[in-house]
Ligand binder design. Structure first.
Ligand SMILES: Cc1cc2nc3c(=O)[nH]c(=O)nc-3n(C[C@H](O)[C@H](O)[C@H](O)COP(=O)(O)OP(=O)(O)OC[C@H]3O[C@@H](n4cnc5c(N)ncnc54)[C@H](O)[C@@H]3O)c2cc1C
Length: 418
């Protein structure tokens, strides 16, 4: 394989990061995104450990720091609005529930897109309709863009990936963890301050309000339920359900419910993990949420997507002549990290969403003592995600090899044209 052409489905986090590193190693990525434009919605996501390093290795450290939400930490309140426990952004070495680097998903996505769009072909408003694998290539039919041929195809199109399903079919487990989260943006008021505020309500419900850097507030309503399928209802039915579920709840819940009705970016999703026995089949592989969404409760979805894209690109550059070897090595390096992240402590998410008032009191008193070294050790897995348990491989030598390779290709072009 000389300079492989690689189709990536999905232009959110994993897709553009993969495109960036593939270009840097002299390959030709094309990104196809179903939405007509870059999707800028979503709440705050955490950049942690190795994931943060990937973004910094892309030269984006200064931009990230300029665009973080600057939350100072999180207060846990009761229904009367009294603060019962607080965790600062710097507690747990900046890797606690509020990470040292919190950034709006849309801010990160647009930064990654801007960083790649000049060297990568992006096809918006299109998607893979079918694909046919042959020994030496993949024939792809795009919904609007006709037939194209690629050396490889990578699905980075999220938890509900259709590209993945075209190839892996029923081999993907969507593990529903028994709860839902509804996200939306609401106008900012004075009480929103500079700290995130979380209010636990009886019956496993909670309201989280997070100030952002764009002058608005990001709201999150979570609730436990053993019924799958709420995420398939239309938004009106979902909002009606939330109005019923959170009716008469205290604190600032009435304000949040009222604003939810007018919010421009409401969406509700199940707390779900994606599990796959193998992340590649032939010339197609999966990355990010499409392959191993860990669920929002881990705070690790973005970090896994960043690290997975970096390693997949690096292994494709290392094993330039064998995509089989590259895919196998990507999986060998990445799977232990994913397994550790997806292994939730028993009782999560139920323990973090107590059903009774007594349970809420216990929850708050555990959080009050969470920064005590003994409790930190006992709760380490819950409060400090395993983001830094992976040492990022160093692919800088491949960078140099790619530069030499590109020079050789240019020279070949010149002599062929002479
Ligand atoms: C609009 C939006 C809002 C989000 N909000 C939050 C949030 O508030 N909190 C949080 O923790 N996580 C949120 N996420 C998820 C978060 O981005 C991911 O968990 C994580 O960053 C991993 O990203 P990913 O690139 O693997 O997948 P995703 O971020 O899910 O991106 C998948 C991309 O693929 C596109 N796509 C879908 N189907 C196709 C197709 N058939 N062909 C081509 N493209 C397709 C989607 O439009 C999307 O751009 C959101 C994702 C999106 C798309």
């Amino acid at each position: 394989m000389t300079s492989p052409s690689i189709l990536i489905a999905g232009a959110s986090i994993a897709g553009p990061v993969l495109a960036y590193w593939l270009r840097r190693y002299g390959m030709n990525p094309v990104v196809v995104e179903r939405a007509p434009d870059l999707r800028l919605g979503g709440q705050t996501v955490d950049l942690r450990g190795a994931g943060k390093d990937v973004v910094y290795r892309m030269g984006l450290e200064r931009q990230v720091h300029e665009r973080t939400t600057r939350e100072e930490g999180i207060h846990f309140l009761d229904e009367s609005g009294q603060i019962r426990a607080s965790l600062g952004a710097d507690d747990f070495g900046g890797e606690g529930p509020i990470a040292g680097v919190e950034i709006l998903r849309g801010e990160l996505a647009s930064m990654l897109y801007e960083h790649t769009r000049h060297e990568t072909e992006y096809l918006f408003g299109d998607r893979v309709e079918s694909l046919h694998q042959e020994d030496d290539k993949v024939q792809v039919r795009l919904l609007n863009g006709g037939e194209r041929t690629f050396d490889l195809v990578i699905a980075a199109d999220g938890t509900r990936s259709k590209t993945r399903d075209l190839v892996f079919g029923a081999g993907t487990e969507l593990r529903f963890l028994g709860g839902y989260a509804a996200y939306f943006t609401i106008p900012r008021v004075d009480s929103d301050g500079t700290w995130a505020r979380a209010c636990a309500l009886p019956d496993g419900r909670s309201v989280l309000l997070r100030p952002d850097n764009l002058g608005t507030t990001r709201a999150l309503l979570t609730y436990l339920s053993s019924n799958p399928g709420h995420d398939k209802l239309d938004p009106r039915a979902q909002k009606d359900m939330l109005q019923r579920l959170f009716a008469h709840a205290g604190w600032e819940t009435p304000r949040v419910l009222a604003e939810m009705e007018h919010s421009p970016d409401f969406y509700l999703q199940g707390i779900t993990q994606i599990r796959m026995p193998c992340w590649s089949r032939g010339r197609v592989a999966v990355v990010g949420d499409a392959a191993y969404a860990p669920s929002g409760v881990t705070g690790m979805g973005t970090t896994l997507a960043l690290v997975g894209a970096y390693i997949l690109a690096g292994e494709l550059a290392r094993y330039r002549d064998s995509h089989q070897a590259a895919f196998a090595s990507y999986e060998a390096l990445m799977r232990p990290y994913v397994t550790r992240t997806q292994h939730l402590p028993p009782g999560i998410p139920r323990l973090a969403n107590p059903r009774t008032r007594l349970g809420i009191k216990v929850f708050h008193s555990v959080l009050r003592s969470a920064t005590h070294p003994l409790v930190t050790r006992a709760l380490g897995k819950v409060l400090r995600p395993p983001a830094d348990t992976l040492q990022l491989p160093d692919y800088s030598a491949l960078d140099r090899r790619a530069a030499a390779f590109e020079r050789a290709e240019d020279a070949e072009g010149v002599s062929a044209g002479a």
